[in-house]
Design a protein around this ligand. Structure first.
Ligand SMILES: *Cc1c(COP(=O)(O)O)cnc(C)c1O
Length: 377
C-alpha cells in the first residue's frame, strides 16, 4: 500500500484503465449474467450501506428481503416458501444440500445429481464431505430416472433435479424425480439458478417447482435472468423448518441467529432484486423472455442454413450447436470479437442468448459463423 493516498481523480483514472480491459457484453454469447436493469442499479446504490448479516440494524432492508422471497416463492408455485437471498446459485446449492445432510444425519451420505449438474456440486462434495453420484442422461439431455433409481442406496440423503441445465438449457423430469424422492423418503432439491426466471414465462408450460409434491427446495438466481445486480442468488425452502439446520448462534449481533452461509452480506443486492421484480412484474419478464427466445430461434434458423444443427431443439435461451472443427471455428470467431462457450459431453458450441444481445448483432454473428464454416478446409 502507498504511504500517501492518491487523489480521487488519480484513483478514478486507475479504475477507468482497469474498466477498459473488461469485455462489454455486446458480443458475449457465453455468459449467464447480463447488464442489470437500470432500476436495479438505482436500488443497489440506495442500499449500498446495508448489511443483512446484522439485519436488526437494517429492518427496512430485511422487510424487502422477505418480500423478494414471497415474490419468488409465488413464482415458484408456493408463496409460503421460506428462504433468503444468497450470493448466488453456488451458495444456494451448498445450503440446500447442507440442510439435507444435517437432517439425515448419515455417516457416509451421498446425493444423486444428473451428470449435467453445475460444477458447484463438486464444491459441495468437497465442502460437505458428501459423495456425489452422477446419473446419466436420456438422448435429450434430461436426467435418466432409471439411472437415478439405480444409484440410490441406504446412504442417499437427497436427489437433485435441474430446471434449466447450464450447458443445454434442458429441464429434468421433475415430476418423476419427485415420485422417486417421495417413495424413498428423500430430500429433493431443484437447481433453477438459470431457469427460474425463464421457465415460468415460456409459452410451453413445464412442471418443475413447488407445485409438484415432493420438491423440498429451489435455487433461483436474480443475478442471471432476473436482471438484478451481482451478488443475488435465491434459496427457497418448502418449509421453514428446513432453515433450522442452518442456524448458528450470533451472540454479539442485533439478531440472535444467522441462517446464511455468508456473514456480512449485501442488502444492496436485495433492494435491487426487489426493485426490478416490482418494476417488471410477470408481464415485463415475459416480454424479456419472449425476446430472448425469438433471438434464439433467429440463431438456430440462421446456422441451419449453413448445415449446422442444434443438439436438441432449444427449450430456453441456451443453444448447443454441433459445429464442425469446433476449436478452430471458435478461435476464428474469437478473433472477430465473439465469446462463445462449449458443452462437455458431447462437445458442442454453447451459446446463451441473454437480453444484452439484439437481432442486429446476431445477424452479424450468423454471417461470421457461416463464413468461417464455409471456409473450413
Ligand atoms: C449458474 C448456475 C449455478 C451457479 O450459480 P452462481 O451464481 O454462479 O454461483 C448453479 N446452477 C446452475 C444450473 C447454474 O446455471
Amino acid at each position: 500500500m502507498n504511504q500517501k493516498g492518491l487523489t480521487p481523480g488519480e484513483v478514478l483514472s486507475l479504475l477507468d484503465n482497469a474498466g477498459l480491459k473488461n469485455t462489454p457484453y455486446e458480443k458475449v454469447l457465453s455468459a449467464m449474467c447480463t447488464k442489470p436493469h437500470p432500476i436495479a442499479l438505482k436500488a443497489h446504490m440506495q442500499f449500498i450501506e446495508s448489511n443483512l448479516g446484522d439485519s436488526g440494524l437494517f429492518t427496512g432492508t430485511k422487510e424487502l428481503e422477505e418480500k423478494v422471497i414471497n415474490i419468488m416463492g409465488d413464482l415458484m408455485g408456493d408463496s409460503q416458501a421460506c428462504g433468503y437471498i444468497t450470493t448466488g446459485g453456488t451458495e444456494s446449492n451448498i445450503q440446500a444440500i447442507r440442510t439435507a445432510r444435517n437432517l439425515a444425519k448419515k455417516k457416509h451420505p451421498n446425493i444423486v445429481v444428473p451428470v449435467s449438474a453445475h460444477f458447484s456440486f463438486d464444491k459441495i462434495a468437497d465442502l460437505l464431505g458428501i459423495e456425489i453420484r452422477k446419473a446419466g442422461l436420456d438422448n435429450q439431455f434430461r436426467v435418466d430416472t432409471d439411472s437415478v433409481e439405480n444409484l440410490i442406496d441406504d446412504n442417499t440423503i437427497a436427489l437433485v433435479g435441474i430446471a434449466g441445465s447450464t450447458e443445454f438449457g434442458q429441464i429434468d423430469p421433475i415430476d418423476r424425480l419427485a415420485r422417486i424422492a417421495l417413495s424413498n423418503d428423500l430430500f429433493l432439491h431443484i437447481d433453477a439458478a438459470f431457469g427460474g426466471f425463464v421457465i415460468p414465462f415460456l409459452d410451453k408450460k413445464y412442471d418443475f417447482d413447488f407445485s409438484i409434491k415432493g420438491v423440498s427446495s429451489i435455487t433461483i438466481d436474480p443475478h442471471k435472468m432476473g436482471l438484478s445486480t451481482i451478488p443475488a442468488g435465491g434459496l427457497l425452502f418448502k418449509e421453514e423448518s428446513y432453515l433450522f439446520p442452518l442456524e448458528i448462534d450470533t451472540p454479539y449481533l442485533t439478531i440472535r441467529k444467522q441462517r446464511s452461509l455468508a456473514g456480512t452480506r449485501s442488502g444492496a443486492a436485495v433492494a435491487a432484486a426487489y426493485a426490478v421484480m416490482m418494476h417488471l412484474g410477470r408481464e415485463g419478464y415475459k416480454r424479456i423472455v419472449d425476446r430472448c427466445i425469438k433471438m434464439t430461434d433467429t440463431i438456430v434458423d440462421g446456422v441451419r442454413e449453413c448445415g449446422v444443427q442444434p443438439l436438441i431443439d432449444p427449450v430456453m435461451n441456451i443453444i448447443a450447436l454441433d459445429v464442425p472443427d469446433l476449436d478452430e471455428v471458435r478461435k476464428k470467431l474469437r478473433a472477430k470479437g465473439w465469446f462463445t462457450s462449449i458443452t462437455r459431453d458431447p462437445s458442442a458450441m454453447r451459446l446463451v442468448i441473454m437480453p444484452h444481445l439484439s437481432e442486429e448483432i446476431l445477424e452479424l454473428f450468423i454471417s461470421d459463423i457461416t463464413s468461417e464454416i464455409s471456409t473450413l478446409s
